[in-house]
Unconditional design. Structure first.
Length: 244
């Protein structure tokens, strides 16, 4: 499994670098979409309702982004982690923008939440990779029987804007690509805002579990996610300081 996982991860990088020369008809024809939820999402967008695609680090995110843009979603907005090298970060942003993405840094003066909420209220698509918490406001969920920290942003945006939160998993299917969009996770009728976010985030984690269990070699999370693997003192300091 470790061998297959690293081959999958290296395939991802190979395809990322080659994506500009992969013909558009291959990007479209080689995507194997499981289910009809992409049609539901596109109808939401056509009717002016924002959609949040929440994803784990799986498969080929850039190919899926190029595919959904061509499929009819138009430009979408996402968030990228700042890298230690500003030059490398800027190159990745320029590359993703060339595919039809609007890329916001995950850190800044006020953070990306306000801009993401604005895009959703405009009836646009937001795509967020969220199986690892990069903020101080992450949610602790049960994930494969262990406590894990995931980003609260997708659920928080859905609660605040009324956008449809739809988990997505990606994988490699032979020489092609596979994807599944899960049905919308509704905002609970009861509870305060934090409680609603926690319930929705747990349901999102369960969808990720399902997809990862089916295609474990294509989950490229090579960072610490589970609370038991984190340094508790460092985690407490960062949460207390408001950074992660």
């Amino acid at each position: 499994m470790s061998h297959d996982g690293m081959r999958s991860y290296l395939r991802y990088w190979l395809e990322v670098f080659r994506l500009p020369v992969i013909p558009a008809h291959e990007i479209m024809s080689r995507m194997r979409m499981d289910g009809d939820q992409v049609e539901v999402a596109l109808r939401h967008l056509a009717n002016g309702r924002g959609v949040i695609f929440a994803l784990p680090h799986m498969g080929n995110y850039e190919q899926a982004g190029a595919w959904v843009v061509r499929r009819g979603a138009g430009q979408f907005t996402t968030v990228a982690e700042r890298l230690s090298s500003a030059l490398v970060y800027d190159k990745f942003v320029a590359f993703r923008e060339s595919l039809g993405m609007e890329v916001l840094p995950h850190t800044g003066t006020s953070g990306p939440f306000g801009v993401l909420a604005q895009r959703l209220r405009q009836g646009r698509l937001v795509c967020l990779v969220c199986d690892r918490d990069l903020t101080a406001g992450g949610i602790e969920v049960q994930f494969f029987g262990e406590a894990a920290r995931m980003a609260a942003g997708p659920a928080a945006l859905a609660v605040q804007t009324g956008a449809a939160l739809m988990p997505v998993v990606l994988w490699f299917e032979g020489e092609d690509w596979g994807a599944r969009i899960y049905p919308e996770i509704p905002v609970p009728e009861r509870g305060d805002k934090r409680e609603k976010i926690a319930v929705m985030s747990q349901q999102m984690a369960q969808r990720f579990e399902h997809g990862i269990a089916e295609h474990p070699q294509d989950w490229h999370m090579l960072q610490r996610v589970f609370v038991a693997d984190l340094d508790p003192e460092r985690l407490a300091r960062r949460v207390g300081a408001g950074v992660m």
